[in-house]
Design a protein around this ligand. Structure first.
Ligand code: KMH
Ligand code: ZN
Length: 270
């Protein structure tokens, strides 16, 4: 089977230090966490920027610092968020793409997000896609529900995006598709030939769906953005602890972990 790409979603926009004391917030902390995760087997880090007090920001300069801090320490692929935090406008969300990172997330539709609405207007989504193509940034298509995958398939027909795409099934958000094996199996069954996919299970689904993805030939996202626990009632000590567990499981199940160099080839990065 293909090698396993592990993405570490280090910080997110919603998790707080109160919920997870080891949450990396500053660019330096994010750089250190990225290097630890790379050492543990991650080939991609999904990053969100925060101000020093923890407030989410899409400020390009903070993202620039994050990329610099990561690059000083390791060769992991940096994937910036264009989701940002609920309530941010499209223009601010798109800002880090102009830094020409290797990858960026691209949410494929609007979804209820806990008690909020994560807005993704179709016109904005197309602007995001075009900006990524223009800047040579590989999108990761974020799929929170089935209609979002249908939209992606329509875009491929229409030529908004071309070539094999990389999908992230984010399963278990209250308002989105459930974090169940059935949901994952259905989404996977709809993918065009040549696609790559990863799964980001929320909360307890992180371990179960990640393990299933290893068995199915997909890829895995772990980290504090999606889950702060190591097991029920026990907080994880670091993002790297969650990455290391996935790498161990993969080894047991016969999948070797991809290096960042190998992941770049598998994903067709520039
Ligand atoms: N913070 C969420 C509302 C992404 O990074 O692209 C959106 C999110 C998705 O985290
Ligand atoms: Zn994110």
């Amino acid at each position: 089977m293909k090698k396993l790409i592990i993405t570490a979603a280090l910080t997110g926009a919603e998790v707080t230090r109160e919920q997870q004391p080891a949450l990396p917030i500053t660019p330096e902390e994010i750089g250190i966490a990225a290097a630890e995760c790379a050492q543990a087997g991650a080939s991609i880090v999904h990053v969100h920027a925060r101000l020093a007090d923890g407030t989410p920001t899409q400020d390009k300069e903070v993202y620039r610092q994050i990329i610099t801090e990561v690059r000083q320490r390791c060769d992991v692929i940096v994937q910036v968020s264009t989701g940002g935090a609920v309530g941010m406008n499209a223009q601010e969300r798109l800002a880090p793409v102009t830094l020409r990172p290797e990858m960026a997330t691209l949410s494929m539709g609007t979804v209820n997000f806990g008690g909020d609405v994560f807005m993704n207007h179709p016109a904005d989504m197309e602007v995001f896609a075009k900006a990524m193509v223009d800047h040579g940034v590989k999108p990761e298509l974020e799929i929170f529900d089935t209609g979002m995958l249908t939209t992606a398939l329509r875009w491929l027909k229409k030529g908004v995006l071309a070539g094999p795409q990389h999908f992230d099934f984010v399963l278990g958000i209250p308002g989105g598709m459930a974090g169940t094996p059935e949901a994952l199996m259905y989404l996977r069954s709809q993918l065009p030939e040549g696609s790559t996919w990863t799964v980001a299970g929320i909360g307890a689904a992180q371990l179960a769906l990640g393990t299933l993805a290893i068995l199915l030939g997909g890829h895995v996202r772990v980290g504090f953005e999606d889950n702060v626990y190591y097991r029920k009632g026990e907080l994880a000590s670091s993002n790297a602890q969650l990455v290391a567990r996935m790498a161990r499981l993969a080894a047991e199940l016969g999948r070797n972990v991809a290096s960042s160099v190998e992941a770049r080839v598998m994903l067709g990065l520039r």
